[in-house]
Write a protein that binds this ligand. Structure first.
Ligand SMILES: Cc1cc2nc3c(=O)[nH]c(=O)nc-3n(C[C@H](O)[C@H](O)[C@H](O)COP(=O)(O)OP(=O)(O)OC[C@H]3O[C@@H](n4cnc5c(N)ncnc54)[C@H](O)[C@@H]3O)c2cc1C
Length: 379
């Protein structure tokens, strides 16, 4: 082992949560980023649907999405593409028995200040010509939904973090951790690194890792979601379609490079690991989508699954453990970790440095207390 290197923060987890946080801390602190896998961003970050949907998730997650919007539209730094967003729109559709649900959703989205407009069936079919009149009884178009260039965003955070001096160690496997003399001492990839604060940003593995570091579990729920890329109907140009969401979250589909990305919007509780889909999940997506749309799926090009990790209250978890010295969490990004990464990282950096929650989140009532891991511990 080589001699140790000292840092202010060690971050465990090289997905978008860890990399964006390393980037946010780097101008003000010495940061070491650890990733178990040889390749950064290999797990959930590489497996998303790449959507920015500002109305998606709890009130708190909507605040984080809103606070991330300006950055995503214009990152304004040479490390990033000029923008990582491109317009997509989302069409929420409902069967006859789901109309009340659609009304409630439209009212809820409007109340949070996000634009959504109800459409006639003809208007909906003008956008997505395969929709079945026998299925779609109501629909509404949310226009602020965008596609995200996830790789451009992720590599941008990574490039800028490296430019600011972040020390990146990947392929670390299971590190050895010890707390001595007010420092976390970590052996990883034949290197010894030390820092007073260790930040867990390890996605689905965060509770496991926290326990190895002496923390009580936060009760994070790891839920698998499947997706696939299928051929578009022959001769149909799908590129301009909005994403289409079932109002009760039973499926969605969206254009993806001339084909369609489909998902059953499943939430299967699983143990942390390299997630794989199963035939049933993709078959379920195909069946539900074919009921709603005249879309014969002839060929599945690629299928995958990824892990979405939630707190029991489905809200963000950012803050010091409170019981184990020098242990901080930035976890539970759920199904919104890409679109909220800029604000999540800035908030985690502020709290890790002992500062208040940054604006505009603070003015919206997002406090350190509501984000704290300690709220999840009932005894
Ligand atoms: C099908 C699907 C669709 C989605 N669609 C969207 C979407 O449209 N928009 C959106 O915003 N979000 C979406 N999400 C959610 C988004 O992908 C996640 O919220 C986000 O990627 C979480 O990032 P992360 O860095 O926390 O997790 P990960 O990317 O999983 O990173 C955690 C990393 O920690 C590493 N790690 C674990 N233990 C250790 C250790 N001891 N030391 C070092 N490293 C460790 C792991 O190897 C892993 O690389 C989707 C997710 C799925 C599965």
């Amino acid at each position: 082992m080589t001699t140790g290197m000292n840092f202010d923060f060690i971050i465990a987890g090289g997905g978008i949560a860890g990399v964006s946080l390393a980037d946010a801390l780097a101008p003000r602190a010495r940061v070491c980023l650890l990733e178990s896998e040889p390749q950064l961003g290999y797990h959930s970050t590489a497996r998303s649907a790449a959507l920015f949907a500002p109305a998606y998730g709890s009130r708190l997650f909507r605040c984080f999405s809103r606070a991330s919007t300006a950055f995503l539209h214009k990152p304004d730094d040479e490390c990033f593409p000029a923008t990582v967003l491109s317009p997509r729109g989302a069409l929420h559709i409902a069967r006859g028995d789901q109309l009340q649900r659609l009304d409630a959703e439209v009212a809820d989205i409007r109340a949070s200040g996000i634009g959504i407009e109800t459409l006639s069936f003809e208007q909906a079919r003008a956008l997505v010509p395969v929709l079945r009149e026998t299925y779609v009884a109501g629909s509404a178009l949310e226009s602020e939904v965008h596609d995200i260039d996830v790789d451009g965003l992720f590599q941008g955070f990574l490039r800028r973090a490296r430019r600011s001096g972040v020390h990146v160690l990947s392929g670390t496997g299971e590190e050895a951790f010890a707390r001595r003399d007010g420092l976390w001492q970590v052996s990883a990839s034949a290197q010894a690194v030390a820092a007073p604060v260790l930040i867990v940003a390890a996605g689905a593995w965060s509770d496991q890792l926290g326990q190895r570091l002496g923390a009580r579990p936060l009760g994070l729920q790891v839920l698998r979601r499947s997706a696939a890329i299928v051929d578009a109907p022959a001769g149909v140009e799908v590129g301009a379609w909005p994403a289409v969401f079932d109002v009760e979250d039973e499926f969605y589909f969206k254009p993806d490079a001339g084909r369609l990305l489909i998902s059953p919007a499943d939430e299967e509780p699983v143990a942390p690991g390299d997630a794989y889909t199963d035939e049933i999940s993709i078959a379920t997506a195909v069946e539900r989508i074919q009921a709603a749309a005249d879309l014969e799926v002839t060929r599945v090009r690629r299928e995958w699954a990824g892990l979405r990790t939630f707190a029991a209250d489905r809200n963000p978890v950012i803050g010091y453990d409170g019981e184990v010295e020098g242990l901080f969490f930035s976890v539970a990004q759920g199904g919104y970790g890409i679109q909220t990464a800029p604000a999540y990282a800035q908030t985690a950096a502020a709290l890790a440095l002992g500062e208040p929650v940054p604006e505009p989140l603070l003015s919206e009532g997002v406090t350190a207390e509501v984000l704290s891991p300690q709220r999840l511990r009932t005894r």
